[in-house]
Design a binder for this molecule. Structure first.
Ligand code: F6P
Length: 489
């Protein structure tokens, strides 16, 4: 692959989003965190959906052309916002991407609890998901117009059918798709009508390489291709054979940009938050930082804390559980209801155990990276108890900046667990008694053991950065481009 050629990135959420007051905000989530570091390494154009009304205005101001955006970590991107029809986008984002695909891919929706699939859902796929995929595919085809053998990197579950559309127009394109969320086992996909399922798999299999965070998602995907699509696969090589065309299926665990995260820790605004954190601190502190997403298992986390306080009254008034949760996808009814349930449960636990001058759970419903990083520095215990989670970057960011040899409680169903499990307290996210016990074990752990684990976590987290992650993928792109039939050949 030529170094001169700009990398074309495609994702739903772009590196920035514009606010009602005209300010620019960094896009949230793991995907944006992963890709923003790239700006300083390579010439890239980032094609993303215009997600807010203000994004749409900005897209129109630029006449649909790319514009320059400073990356917070240095360097800049050319960003092209694509405006889709409002109703189509609503169907794409609020019905198909979330909840349908998100729920299927986090085992939140299976044959026992999935809602009926009616015309409403089928239309949402045909007229929403496919339409928005088509809009961004058109932008990609436009962008690579003059290039020979262009390379396009597509991100996530929003764009499973886009690769097929791009491939049809440009058979010479190299398509690399990274899926940031888990890939579930074949039966989880059976709730989708077979026609929709096939369109999704066929679209995705138009890629040259499909990447996941972990080997287990890689394996699940291969199994799905074999069992649901009747395709020949090689588990040893990580290849699906689509007729004569081999599609490589790889795992590239996403690292964090540790230098950038440490730099955030030095911001004056973070220091101001730290003063507040320290002023409010009790003897012990537990922290969680998440999007308010059902997959994050927030309710079981609070239930476990409730059990812990019940079973360990000696900690009364001595501990605070700070939960910084960012409201997310609130136009999706399941998410809005979840947020209500979270607030209700916090009220119950605080009422049950609190005293006039002690509120056991400090719930902060906001998205503020500076505040989160200030809290990261001073926790004793960090809870990441997701039911299922593609990677979970909080599990990496926390131990990196923490200054107290904080202990991580980590769900065995997070992608991060494959790398960090050895130095965390592993929990089954459904077992709230185990989680309550883990809180206690973390709090009474001997200082030498805390230090050993904290150092182990930090060492792993600083061993690779997003530059390495991209390089690993580029190396595969080069190898496949130069004729290798399998990743191991
Ligand atoms: O990979 C999952 C992801 O796309 C990440 O960027 C992030 O964790 C989250 O979902 C963001 O979701 P949304 O763009 O819907 O807020």
């Amino acid at each position: 692959m030529s170094e001169q050629r700009p990398l074309v990135l495609v994702s739903n959420r772009g590196p920035v989003t514009y606010q009602e007051d005209g300010s620019v905000k960094r896009g949230t989530g793991g995907l944006v965190t992963a890709l923003t570091g790239l700006a300083s390494h390579r010439d890239a154009i980032w094609i993303a959906s215009a997600m807010t009304e203000q994004d749409v205005e900005v897209a129109r101001e630029h006449g649909g052309k790319p514009f320059e955006v400073e990356a917070p970590e240095g360097g800049s991107f050319r960003v092209k916002f694509i405006e889709s029809d409002g109703e189509a986008y609503d169907r794409f984002y609020n019905i198909i991407a979330n909840p349908m695909l998100w729920f299927i891919q986090h085992y939140l929706w299976d044959q026992s609890n999935a809602p009926d699939i009616r015309r409403h859902e089928v239309d949402a796929f045909d007229l929403g998901y496919q339409a928005v995929n088509r809009d961004l595919a058109t932008a990609v085809i436009d962008e690579i117009g003059g290039q020979e053998e262009p390379v396009v990197m597509v991100h996530d579950y929003h764009f499973y059918t886009l690769p097929g559309m791009v491939r049809e127009a440009r058979p010479d394109v190299f398509l690399h798709h990274f899926v940031h969320i888990p890939w579930t086992q074949p039966d989880a996909w059976r709730v989708l009508p077979s026609r929709i399922r096939e369109e999704i798999y066929n679209g995705l299999l138009a890629n040259d390489i499909i990447g996941f965070h972990t080997k287990s998602y890689q394996r699940n995907f291969l199994q799905c291709c074999r069992d649901l699509m009747d395709l020949e696969v090689s588990f040893d090589d990580g290849v699906v054979f689509c007729g004569d065309r081999p599609v490589w299926v790889r795992s590239y665990p996403l690292p964090i940009d540790y230098d950038a995260t440490q730099n955030v820790g030095r911001r004056p605004r973070v220091r101001e938050f730290e003063e507040k954190v320290l002023a409010r601190r009790r003897e012990h502190s537990i922290l969680r930082v998440d999007r308010a997403d059902l997959s994050k298992n927030v309710l079981r986390g609070f239930t476990a804390f409730d059990i812990f306080l019940e079973q360990h009254p000696e900690f009364a008034e001595k501990i605070t559980f700070t939960a910084q949760l960012m409201p997310s996808r609130t136009d999706v009814p399941e998410y809005a209801e979840y947020l209500e349930k979270i607030e209700a449960l916090v009220a119950v636990v605080n009422h049950r155990h609190g005293t006039p001058d002690w509120m056991p759970i400090d719930l902060k419903l906001r998205d503020d990276l500076d505040e989160a990083v200030a809290s990261y520095k001073h926790y004793d215990v960090m809870m990441v108890n997701a039911m299922f989670d593609g990677m979970n970057l909080v599990a990496k960011e926390g131990p990196l900046v923490n200054e107290r040899h904080g202990v991580s409680i980590l769900s065995e169903n997070t992608g991060a667990h494959e790398e960090l499990g050895e130095f965390a307290i592993s929990v089954n996210p459904f077992d709230v008694q185990e989680l309550a016990d883990a809180i206690h074990a973390a709090l009474v752990m001997k200082p030498e053991e805390r230090e050993r684990r904290a150092k182990g976590l930090k060492e792993i987290v600083t061993s690779r950065d997003p530059g390495d992650w991209i390089d690993e993928q580029i190396a595969d792109i080069r190898a496949k481009n130069s004729g290798a039939r399998t990743p191991t050949s």
